[in-house]
Design a protein around this ligand. Structure first.
Ligand code: MTE
Length: 162
């Protein structure tokens, strides 16, 4: 029996938070995580405000094994997700972000425009995905094979090295 993974999905978007646009990526991500076998503890839609995002990431990384964000990773002045994530993580996990960009470049050169970072805070893994549903699906596919192992290792559940 595998250990349950408690996941929190955070959509970062001024437009979705204000109701000007519908959040499509959050539900897509939650669906992929459920299919993967994770339990969705909570699904949030928040603005791109940096200080608020830092607080949200701090609070929610204390209550989950996995916090995955979608959106706010691009070049626009309000794209603050990587900066907020860097403020809260204690250890960076660059391989995950590198792999997502590198592998999905085969699908679109725009993968280069996501500045998403991944890292560890306590026993929680925080992952930034791009904002589009397509980007979410493509990037999730890349990290999926190592996600359970990464989280189990973090939680101390993995007592052997594979
Ligand atoms: N990565 C993948 N794999 N697929 C995509 O469609 N979209 C890109 C990029 N990363 C995309 C992707 C685009 S168009 C942008 S602008 C950046 O992610 C940043 O998106 P965000 O600001 O919504 O996070």
């Amino acid at each position: 029996m595998s250990v349950p993974i408690r996941a929190i999905v955070i959509t970062v978007s001024d437009r979705c938070a204000s109701g000007a646009a519908q959040d499509v990526s959050g539900p897509v991500l939650a669906g992929l995580l459920t299919e993967f076998g994770a339990e969705i503890y909570e699904k949030l839609v928040v603005t791109d405000d940096l200080e608020n995002l830092v607080e949200i990431l701090e609070i929610h990384s204390n209550r989950a094994d996995l916090v995955i964000t979608t959106g706010g990773t691009g070049f626009s002045p309000r794209d603050n997700t990587p900066e907020a994530t860097r403020r809260v993580i204690e250890r960076e996990a660059p391989g995950l972000a590198e792999a997502m960009r590198y592998k999905t470049l085969e699908k679109t050169p725009f993968a280069m425009l996501s500045r998403g970072v991944c890292g560890i805070r306590g026993k929680c893994l925080i992952i930034n995905l791009p904002g589009s549903p397509k980007g979410v699906a493509e990037c999730f596919e890349v990290i999926k094979p190592v996600l359970r192992h990464a989280i189990e290792t973090l939680s101390g559940e993995n007592t052997h090295n594979e």
